[in-house]
Design a protein around this ligand. Structure first.
Ligand code: ATP
Ligand code: MG
Length: 262
């Protein structure tokens, strides 16, 4: 008898979730990136108890058909990559087709969505990676992903999450990063019913930085705007007199992707 067995999908997804979903902020990151890839202009995020109890992200992007809304939860199912050559020219934030099945395998998840071409919307419900129901619903368009009770089926992972306050800070920092990287979009983050971040579409990076970081900080910064050899660098740097003990206030984005590197 052969000792090697191919893992069932539900188990493979749970293992993959270990890499994709470290904490509530990782869920917010994946869902935010999906909303951005879907061409959303406006993204609303609601969290309760540091995202452990609830994470809900609503976007006004292109949405999904009923068939796509179901297949999106298959592993390696993506609309963003077709051939090996595409890998060299990725223009989206996602491309692995891992995020939704991973998140669905460690939570109770609802997806509600509709494309502009469809009359009816679709609701897909998962629990611990199992498809519970697919329903027709009235839905205006775009997509909403609701993630409840993260890690409810992996108590050991749930136990190692930090306090609600700490997890909330991670989420707020993340949304701040994406808001800075996408000045033209509006973002709303509500935590336990209170507005944490609320920014309307801005005309420039400067205006967005003003909204997010405040005028007192921005006034001390020097604008950088340079272009050469196909590269464009845009942003703000501080004067040498400005001293900080940590790198927390350094925000670096490459092609709208947040990068943290020593
Ligand atoms: N908010 C959304 N609006 C429209 N389509 C979406 C949305 N979220 C996901 N999708 C669709 O579902 C597919 C699967 O999403 P998922 O996040 O699992 O994979 P991905 O974004 O392609 O890759 P990655 O795993 O790197 O994030 C996407 O390729 C996209 O077509
Ligand atoms: Mg994705």
């Amino acid at each position: 008898m052969s000792k090697i067995k191919v893992l069932p999908d539900s188990l493979a997804n749970k293992i993959a979730a270990g890499e994709v979903v470290e904490r509530p902020a990782s869920v917010v990151k994946e869902l935010l990136e999906n909303a951005l890839d879907a061409g959303a202009r406006s993204i609303n995020i609601e969290v309760e108890e540091g995202g452990k109890r609830l994470i809900r992200i609503v976007d006004d992007g292109e949405g999904m058909t009923r068939d796509d809304a179901i297949i999106a939860f298959e592993r390696h199912a993506t609309s963003k990559l077709r051939t090996t050559d595409d890998l060299e020219a990725i223009t989206t934030l996602g491309f692995r087709g891992e995020a939704l099945p991973s998140i669905a395998s460690v939570s109770r998840l609802f997806l509600r969505t509709k494309t502009p071409r469809d009359n009816e919307g679709t609701e897909v419900e998962f629990s611990g990676g199992k498809l519970v129901a697919v329903r027709d619903i009235a839905w205006p368009g775009g997509a909403e992903v609701e993630v409840r009770d993260l890690f409810f089926n992996i108590p050991a992972r749930r136990k190692f999450l930090k306090s609600d306050a700490t997890e909330s800070v991670h989420i707020a920092n993340l949304v701040q990063h994406y808001a800075l990287a996408n000045p033209q979009l509006s973002f709303l983050l509500v935590g336990n019913g209170r507005d944490v971040i609320r920014v309307a579409p801005a005309r420039s990076l400067k205006e967005r930085a003003y909204q997010v970081l405040g005028g007192a900080l921005l006034d001390k910064l020097v604008e950088v705007n340079a272009e050469a050899e196909g590269l464009r660098i845009l942003g703000f740097v501080s004067n040498p007199q400005e001293q900080r003990s940590s790198r927390d206030a350094q925000y670096l984005f490459i092609n709208r992707r947040f990068v943290r590197d020593q």
